[in-house]
Design a protein. Sequence first.
Length: 411
Amino acid sequence: MDSSHALVVGGGGTGVGTARDLAMRGVDVTLVDRGGLGSGTTGRSHGLLHSGARYAENDPSGASECIRENRILRDIAGHCIGCDCGYFVQLTDDDPAYFDEKLSACRDLNVPAEVRTPDEVGDEVPDLTDDAERIMVVPDGVIYPSRLVAATAASAREHGATIRPNAPVRDLLVENDAVVGARVETDDGEETIRADHVVNAAGAWAGEIADMAAVDVSMRPAKGVMVAVDYPDLPVVLNRCRPPADGDIVVPHEGEVVLGTTSVAVDDPDEFDEERWEVERCIEECARMLPPVADAAVERTYWGVRPLYGPDEDEREGERGISRGFFVLDHADRDGLDGLTTVVGGKLTTHRLMAEAVADHVCGRFGVDVPCRTPDEPLYGAGDPGAVQDAIREFHALSPADEDAQRSSSH
């Protein structure tokens, strides 16, 4: 085993994925998170496993990444995935040219897509609105973040990684123009963890971690609300087939659906107003596709914060919904500071790919010439739901995104 030690800061999808990838290549890894694993953006998402269809007409590269990772996750993490179908629904007041453009782009990118009429899907989704004109069927799905994060972390540990939730970083250690570790808070006070390389995978909080080393990572966090309502047995993900806007996704769970979302810029990912209008807007807009959710009981409401990268947002001039890529920032080349790499942007569907890119970079720094194996080896707990539930409890990984699904699976 290589003697180099990597410290990963952040226990969301990308952080645990990076820890797993590095550990599988023989690198000594420690992962720390300030709370339970997945307690940031990952566990407060809507949990949509993208097929790429949402981005096909505007970002073909991002869409291709999504369909490729969609297939990989179904292979290696099927026990963390639900649903295998999504509808893009064109309503009477939606632009039919947009539907046609998306369909053509999906087919060009080999994203499976077929067109059905409302009558043809009536048995599958009997409550679909009468305003539906056309439906595009694509292989969207549902990621259960609690299971995914816990199973990935447990897999990383099986390969030798140390996983430490509830160990917030209080400072990065900088010596001779290099980051050499971090001071973390523990139940007994503080502890110093020295490392040959630190990976900043703190998502929307990446800028705060970078500040500890006096380098700038400009984040542009945006909050979005998710509303879980009582509506059992929806078999498909519903997407409104229009340019991305508030309340255009309905994600099914066993006894509920999650309605999402809004996008509002915030200054602080920890301090923002949870506004009632966002909840009402989501319910109202999602009910355009599935009318019964307008009167369904609200089971829980939660907000997530997207880890948007400032320079990328500046180039997009605030346009919403265009697929965001991810960025691996090498602070040695960028800032003259060795020993620190930051990963920002991306989406939950592409977390494994992001982790692979980070691990490639870190292994290059370490001189480790071992290929990535994460697309081929199943995650921990495949075929053993009880083991995954135990890992969720151990890593404090229960998330609001899927707490209903976790309750039902634990009985």
